[in-house]
Design a protein around this ligand. Sequence first.
Ligand SMILES: C[S@@+](CC[C@H](N)C(=O)[O-])C[C@H]1O[C@@H](n2cnc3c(N)ncnc32)[C@H](O)[C@@H]1O
Length: 236
Amino acid sequence: MKVQKHTTLDPELFMIYERLTTDSPIISEVTSRINKPGMKILDVGGASGIILNAIINKSRYKIDATILDMFKVYKQQLVNKQIRYIVGSILNNKLKAKSYDFVILRDVLHHLIAGGISEIQKHQEKAIKEMVRLTKKGGYIIFEEEINNSKLSSRIQYFLSSIANKIHFGSLSFWIGKVIVSFMSKKEIENVLKKQTGGIRVVKRRFIKCNFPFLWRSIFLMNKFQRAFYIIQKIS
Ligand SMILES: C[S@@+](CC[C@H](N)C(=O)[O-])C[C@H]1O[C@@H](n2cnc3c(N)ncnc32)[C@H](O)[C@@H]1O
């Protein structure tokens, strides 16, 4: 497997994104399931901890919270010092299997860029598999991810973002520049989940059409964009 490059990611941009999108169904779905003190949560790609902090603040119980993410800069910017921060990748981690009651992730899978499309797909599959591996029996994998159900537009977005990355073309107003993206489709996620035979049960899946401005929606690149939300229970 090719190694994911840091040069396709932009922690400064991600921290802006985190602060603009503080609301997530992950927060209430996790807090409503926390039923004793000391439950362990891992936020994969949790950046500076906006989502985990919201869970900590909302929960009646004390939580053992950890972020696994690629950049040291987030550790200095952590919004809550109770959060343990591990610098590393979900694709290559040494965390013990069945360690967490909840493994959560928001908007990370489309950033697992390395090599071409088939390598990226392998990375996306590995990340989901790892989330399942790290979850305790009876625990939950809860994730929210932007998806694109048009293969063609997804490939075009990957191609355009790769070019922008190569020529260092950047514009924050269009959210492009350094970051390369390759979105999964609903079908791809479902196929990965089917492969985890026996050990998991999908408790909830929801697909919400993205609220892009009219101009963005009217161009076909954004037509089949959705936010996917999954709650999966590890049953063995
Ligand atoms: C769009 S940001 C989302 C940040 C946060 N999860 C949120 O929703 O606000 C993507 C995050 O994924 C992280 N990331 C990318 N590849 C990763 C990997 N292989 N392992 C862990 N985190 C990764 C990035 O560093 C970044 O913090």
